[in-house]
Design a protein around this ligand. Structure first.
Ligand code: URA
Length: 262
């Protein structure tokens, strides 16, 4: 038993935290695909229980998101949505948001980790506790509505893929439309790349104001990226950069920023 537990601990520490099939598959053995018999078909077939194709899934996400008229309804729509492939990769539940649903600040992180997966709320692990301490120090915690670019934990806590983020994006955008925050803070490189639609690194994008404008409904909000608190746990010397960004954010929320042209 001790040996089995040690082996599981080894795999968990290596990032293997989910089983996808009943029996192990030897991926080192190449099995040639069996040629299809009969007339060719152009209808893609989906295995029972498998996630829909990304385009189909994003369309379904847009439909469900648009039908939600409150943030609570949006949470229910996300919990019922089966189109994100992460759902079938070992996640226990969907993790949508926590914080003030009337808040003036929307915060978007990367995606839930192991702790968030268990508790069903974003940013409740070590990184989340640091984020809360930063927001409290700036007197912004009560204003914050906190969510992520994806709503299911990734296997081994890897960065979500752009496809996984794209499938979940209609829900993130609907959250923006329903909350109508005065400002949005993107936390970490994965959130910055997904929302700002850029390949620039976070050291280049952080601290700069952009506009996040939705293609439908005339909704827009000023948006800024900053470093992820998980990065700060590893590199505490970078905290000063985040504090600078947070003070800038705080000034904007308090109306101390003169808009260009105002
Ligand atoms: N990191 C994130 O980006 N989001 C969470 O919810 C937790 C950790």
């Amino acid at each position: 038993m001790a040996a089995a537990e040690a082996l599981f601990a080894f795999w968990r520490d290596a990032g293997v935290d989910a089983c996808f099939e009943e029996a192990p598959v030897d991926r080192t053995v190449f099995v040639a695909p069996v040629a299809a018999k009969g007339p060719a078909t152009i209808t893609p077939l989906r295995a029972p229980g498998a996630a829909p194709a990304p385009g189909e899934a994003a369309a379904e996400a847009r439909r469900l998101a648009a039908a939600a008229t409150t943030l609570d309804e949006l949470a229910e729509a996300i919990a019922a949505f089966e189109g994100c492939p992460l759902r079938a990769m070992g996640a226990r539940q969907s993790v949508f948001a926590r914080g003030n649903p009337q808040g003036s600040l929307m915060i978007v992180g990367e995606g839930p980790g192991a702790e968030e997966d268990v508790r069903g709320q974003p940013f409740v692990g070590q990184a989340g506790q640091l984020l809360d301490r930063i927001l409290t120090a700036a007197d912004l915690l009560d204003e914050a509505f906190i969510t992520n670019t994806v709503f299911w934990k990734t296997p081994g806590n890897r960065t979500p893929t752009p496809q996984e983020q794209a499938v979940c994006a209609p829900f993130v955008e609907r959250a923006l439309a329903l909350l109508k925050p005065k400002a949005v803070l993107l936390v970490g490189a994965a959130a910055a790349k997904a929302v700002l639609k850029t390949d620039d690194g976070i050291m280049r994008t952080r601290g700069q104001w952009r506009e996040w404008r939705l293609s439908e409904g005339g909704i827009a909000a000023p948006v800024m990226a900053t470093l992820h608190p998980a990065f700060l746990l590893r590199q505490p010397q970078a905290k000063g950069l985040v504090w600078k960004d947070i003070l800038d954010l705080s000034a904007r929320l308090r109306g101390e920023v003169v808009e260009p042209g105002a």
